[in-house]
Design a protein around this ligand. Structure first.
Ligand code: ADP
Ligand code: ASP
Ligand code: MG
Length: 835
């Protein structure tokens, strides 16, 4: 029984117009068909553009432009001749096909002449004219398959597909068609012959030719699959499959790998050209799967549409955009009392056989409206006005109005309308673009939310909604925005680890996660967040000198890594730079890929002005944010204080201070009588210094901080020439040699300290930044002054501003070490997520 019901392995393949563009494309299709192993039915669309041509010729004819119609007929003939010649070598097969093309086109021309005389084109005549496209292409395709040495035969759809009599948009009659298919197609299949059937057309009860509406070959294919109990239908198209939106409207639309029958039906209903609106009807509720696949990339799987429910948690699947619509509204204060307005409105619409895309009603009940294709608006208004003519006469109803130039956008996905938050997200995305919503449709199904906007704003609206649900990303389409801030760490040394610890210790409400790590070898990434144990393990292994690529990570360039991470639906992603390298290029890339930036690394900021400006421009250009509190004073609120003063209209004039925890530590230890060499060594051991302490002692590091501060004040010039505490002779030593020769400096430092001590002064390294420039100097200050009295890694920074001119604001606290630096970073991350 089941074997009989589900014809083992039968497939129905439909080739769309784009897949049959010319002889070459037809040959490619034929080769692919001939190579298929199982039983197969082929449904052919007209060669690309031919249906439009045939309609164009008919339109000329009815206006009396017979010559033009004849010219069109000639073009149609030539295109088919060329295709046939390209796929069929000289011989009988070609002669026969050419003869049938000539006969069919001849009839077309004659019919056009008759139309030209009558100046009337009835829908049934139009169908008879346009049906030729599919018949001709199917004839060529079947000959081409036979030429590829696979038994195939042309079977006219008129013999198999029975429809109602709605010319131009007929509905197939399944039962009758099934009987005919059993009689005509089954015997062929049993003999191993491939029937090639024209799509799009059928026969009405009165024997006339009907068409199933534009794109109707999709429906022919699903109908045949259903009545032949096929296992699957494949629609070969010029797109990779069903995408999250029409790629012509939303360029970053993404392939949807799996979709439920009903979701696909919804996408089709709302006019996504990729599927005929009624194509899913025959196979709904069956186990037949439908594949939409790329004709150009047949190795790719495309989209599978089936009865399986897929992936909960990602309810939003796609957008469909229905252009060129009109809103028809029945309005009037008196309507509230009138009985059955909706029923009568839609009875009138139905009587006109109009295709209504959405229906909406104002909550006050004083208006009811619907959308129809703009070309049908007049008919709709006439029909509805007629139905309510008495109410309009008596003033109960003001009238029936129409607004043209609108488009309907439907957000589609299973169970969506029942999920809270989706509508809010849609509408806030639209609000963000200043897009006016003309109407919101009633959710007649749980599978869509649709709304009407003016056609000028439709593209923008679609793109905004697409972006709001991150539909272009892997894992996009969630009902709500994730509350997380997703952190990608650039570098995973001491500070990175301290940050990971602090993030792990945050209370749950903050929801900061580390999703990726990046080093020079590659990356580790998990969009769900890297677990704490994995991070710990990675930290241990990195300490042992290994690289991420060898630790279960992926080998990749930083650009590849960022691209991959950005292709996932990460939430408020931030790249945190805790390296001490020139990462400017990478940071620009990250900003462009949608990451906010948090830096503890000073180098990308302490670059020549042009380069600095380039980074800032990349950040603002991508509407991203850059924060760098931890670059100066570690966790101390230095940049923050500046920003607050600035925001409130104060003007900061200068910033002075001891901004090097390392130098403070060394100088205060030396002042207290400790040998210079020992103080430096301890700074290194405690992690206060850069890996090579000469970066600190040379004033390089502190100079960078000075430059960062000066740029806050508007300085555009070069870096300072800082006082250098490393003798020239020790510059080029290896780190080890330098450390071992350090004691040779102890005596002179001791002398200097004693000399200043005698005058009540101590040595401090002080940076001063203004809008005009920077100095970074070793200076003697009174031992009792705040700077002089400071010890440890303390930073002391003072702000002189218009408001704080006589007595500056002073910020002071520990300014070096992994934990406080991580705290500064975390502060920035939290500030970003609080936005
Ligand atoms: P066929 O060649 O089978 O007739 P169509 O041209 O009818 O194929 O359908 C494919 C076209 O549909 C694509 O070129 C694309 O522009 C359009 N389209 C609209 N919405 C979508 C969508 N969501 N996914 C894929 N394609 C879409
Ligand atoms: N050739 C018809 C059209 O262009 C039907 C189809 O392609 O499915 O609409
Ligand atoms: Mg189509």
């Amino acid at each position: 029984m089941t074997a009989a019901r589900q014809q083992i392995g039968l497939e129905v393949w439909k080739f769309g117009g784009a897949s049959l563009a010319d002889g070459q494309a037809v040959a490619r299709a034929a080769t692919r068909i001939a190579a298929h192993e199982g039983p197969l039915v082929v449904v052919a669309s007209a060669l690309g553009g031919v249906t439009d041509l045939l309609l164009e010729g008919a339109a000329h004819a009815v206006e009396g432009r017979t010559d033009e119609a004849t010219r069109v007929a000639r073009t149609v003939r030539n295109r088919h001749h060329a295709a046939a010649k390209a796929v069929l070598g000289r011989g009988r097969a070609l002669r026969e096909v050419l003869a049938s093309i000539d006969a069919s086109v001849g009839e077309y021309r004659d019919l056009c002449r008759a139309v030209g005389v009558l100046r009337h084109l009835a829908p049934r005549t139009r169908d008879a004219l346009v049906s030729r496209g599919e018949q001709l292409s199917a004839a060529i395709v079947s000959a081409a398959i036979a030429a590829a040495r696979r038994p195939a035969t042309f079977v006219d759809a008129l013999q198999v597909v029975r429809t109602d009599d709605m010319h131009g948009g007929a509905a197939p009659k399944r039962g009758e068609s099934a009987l005919l298919a059993e009689k005509i197609l089954k015997p062929l299949l049993r003999k191993g012959v491939i029937p090639v059937v024209p799509g799009f057309i059928g026969r009405a009860p009165d024997g006339s030719i009907t068409t199933l509406g534009r794109g109707g070959s999709d429906l022919t294919a699903t109908l045949l699959a259903r009545i032949l109990h096929a296992r699957r239908v494949v629609l070969w198209k010029d797109v990779p499959g069903i995408l999250t939106a029409d790629p012509r409207v939303v360029p970053d639309a993404r392939l949807i790998p799996e979709l439920h029958h009903q979701e696909a039906a919804e996408v089709a209903h709302y006019g996504a050209k990729v599927l005929h609106p009624r194509a899913l009807i025959p196979i709904a509720g069956t186990r037949i799967t439908l594949h939409v696949r790329s004709f150009i990339r047949p190795d790719q799987p495309g989209t599978e549409v089936s009865g399986r429910h897929v992936l909960p948690g990602y309810p939003v699947k796609a957008l469909a955009i229905l252009p060129a619509q009109a809103v028809v509204t029945v309005a009037g204060k008196g309507m509230v009392g009138v009985h059955g307005i909706a029923a009568r409105t839609f009875a009138a619409v139905d009587a006109e056989r109009l295709s209504v895309s959405t229906i909406f009603q104002a909550s006050s009940e004083s208006s009811i409206g619907f959308t129809v294709p703009a070309s049908e608006a007049d008919r709709a208004v006439r029909g509805v006005s007629h139905a309510f003519r008495h109410e309009i006469d008596s003033g109960l109803i003001d009238g029936v109005s129409v607004r043209r130039g609108v488009s309907v956008i439907a957000v589609v996905g299973e169970g969506m309308a029942g999920t809270p938050g989706i509508a809010a997200r849609v509408f806030s995305a639209l609000e963000g673009g200043g897009i006016n919503i003309v109407a919101i449709a009633q959710g007649s199904s749980e599978r869509n939310i649709s709304f009407v906007v003016s056609s000028e704003q439709a593209t923008d609206a679609a793109r905004r909604v697409h972006a709001a649900f991150q539909l272009s990303k892997i894992g996009g389409g969630r009902a709500r925005a994730l509350p997380h801030t997703d952190v990608v760490l650039l570098g995973f040394g001491r500070v990175g680890r301290a940050l990971a610890d602090q993030i792990a210790a945050l209370d749950g409400a903050r929801r900061v996660r580390i999703v990726g790590l990046l080093d020079r070898s590659g990356y580790v990434f998990d969009a769900r967040g890297l677990s704490r144990s994995r991070l710990l393990r990675l930290a241990r292994q990195k300490d042992a000198g290994e690289l991420l690529a060898d630790l279960g990570g992926t080998r990749a360039s930083a650009r590849e890594a960022l691209d991959l991470m950005a292709s996932h639906a990460v939430s408020r992603p931030v790249v945190v730079d805790v390296t001490s390298e020139q990462t400017g290029d990478l940071l620009r890339l990250a900003a462009t890929a949608g990451f906010d930036l948090v830096l503890a690394n000073k180098k990308p900021l302490a670059v020549p002005w042009d380069e600095y400006a380039r980074l800032m421009a990349a950040v603002t250009g991508a509407s991203r944010h850059l924060r760098y509190e931890a670059t100066v004073g570690a966790g101390l609120p230095i940049i923050d204080t500046f920003a607050k003063l600035d925001e409130t209209g104060d003007r900061v004039l200068r910033i002075d201070g001891c901004v090097s925890g390392t130098l403070m530590f060394v100088l205060s230890q030396v002042s207290a009588g400790r040998p210079f060499s020992e103080a430096v060594r301890e700074a290194v051991v405690r992690g206060y210094a850069e890996p090579d302490p000469r970066e600190d002692l040379s004033g390089q590091d502190v100079g960078r901080k000075g430059l960062i501060l000066a740029r806050l004040l508007g300085y555009r010039g070069a870096a300072a020439a800082p006082d250098d505490l490393v003798p020239a002779s020790m510059k080029s030593l290896t780190l080890e040699a330098f450390m071992s020769q350090l004691p040779s400096l102890d005596a002179s430092w001791l002398q200097r300290i004693q000399r200043e001590a005698a005058r009540g002064r101590v040595l401090r390294y002080v940076v001063s930044a203004t809008a005009k420039g920077i100095t970074a100097k070793l200076v003697a200050v009174p031992a009792t002054s705040p700077m002089g009295a400071a010890t440890g890694t303390r930073n002391i920074i003072s702000f002189v501003s218009r408001r704080y001119r006589d007595e500056p604001i002073v910020i002071s606290g520990p300014g070096a070490g992994a934990a406080v630096t991580a705290a500064g970073i975390l502060n920035d991350i939290c500030a970003l997520s609080a936005r």
